[in-house]
Write a new protein. Structure first.
Length: 290
């Protein structure tokens, strides 16, 4: 609020009424952005940092989820993708408006980005036939069953509002699921405003919360890279500059083999160089899943 930097030493913890904390900006999305979510906590928190002569914003974000697998499957892209697009655009506009000096920024957290559900299902079940199950009283579609055309009509995929039960989870884990990255399309509309390092880790959501199943996905949603660390193009130049062109940048997930909850945290580690290429600090950031 004072537009001045406060020297940081040791550790300070802010909690409870963050909206009244003068050291950060916290804002919820307008209620009409996602009317199905009546009491949403979704929004963003921004802080500004300066290391020597290098200033940048850290923006923790939480975007809207897919309320129903069946609705997400109906169109390509899904209506939920459009809602997230609108919300992310709102945040980007807020952090570059005229209230504060413009600096490089990192946006990180649970974007809830999902794979293009229709395209994924059509690919995974290309040789399957679809059975539609409707509610007896309303005739509403409540379940889709995809069966192989031969092989004794084996069930490949069952899809419900909160069920995505695919018979072979290895497709999401093999080679870190990179074969599915072609369906990770939600960031493409922001390519002129945001940059992301190459993803080399498996989908970060939805993992089993059983402590003995650290690598197992739940069958509630199609696995996706929900948790990300993105940056402005000026921030990209910032992290890729370092002394003697030495690039020590790591973009990865935490706890690949152990239970970390339904999301695997994602981190970005790099060295900032400022001024005439003099390295001044190691800065580590982790996405915060709310």
């Amino acid at each position: 609020l004072a537009k001045k930097y406060k020297k940081v030493t040791g550790k300070e913890i802010y909690s409870d009424t963050l909206e009244s904390t003068p050291m950060l900006e916290k804002e919820k999305f307008p209620q009409d952005y996602f009317p199905e979510c009546k009491w949403s906590r979704k929004g963003f928190i921004r802080t500004r940092w300066c290391i020597t002569d290098c200033a940048f914003d850290l923006v923790n974000i939480h975007l809207f989820h897919d309320a129903s697998n069946l609705i997400a499957w109906e169109t390509s892209p899904s209506i939920y993708s459009g809602i997230r697009h609108k919300a992310l655009g709102y945040v980007l506009d807020r952090i570059i408006d005229q209230r504060f000096e413009k600096v490089s920024y990192f946006v990180f957290g649970d974007f809830n980005f999902r794979l293009d559900a229709k395209a994924v299902v059509e690919t995974l079940c290309a040789k399957a036939t679809m059975q539609t199950v409707r509610a007896a009283d309303t005739n509403e579609v409540v379940k889709l069953i995809f069966r192989e055309s031969d092989n004794d009509r084996k069930v490949m995929l069952q899809l419900e509002k909160k069920l995505f039960d695919y018979f072979n989870q290895d497709v999401f884990r093999d080679n870190n699921g990179t074969a599915l990255l072609e369906f990770d399309r939600e960031l493409s509309v922001f390519k002129d405003r945001l940059y992301e390092l190459d993803i080399s880790f498996p989908p970060s959501y939805p993992y089993s919360e059983d402590s003995s199943q650290g690598k197992q996905y739940m069958n509630t949603r199609c696995p996706a890279w929900c948790d990300r660390i993105l940056m402005s193009h000026s921030a990209k130049e910032l992290i890729l500059k370092s002394e003697n062109d030495e690039k020590i940048v790591v973009y990865d997930h935490i706890g690949p083999n152990v239970c970390m909850g339904d999301h695997k945290p994602v981190f970005l580690s790099f060295r900032i160089a400022a001024g005439a290429g003099k390295p001044i600090a190691n800065v580590h950031k982790c996405c915060v899943v709310q």
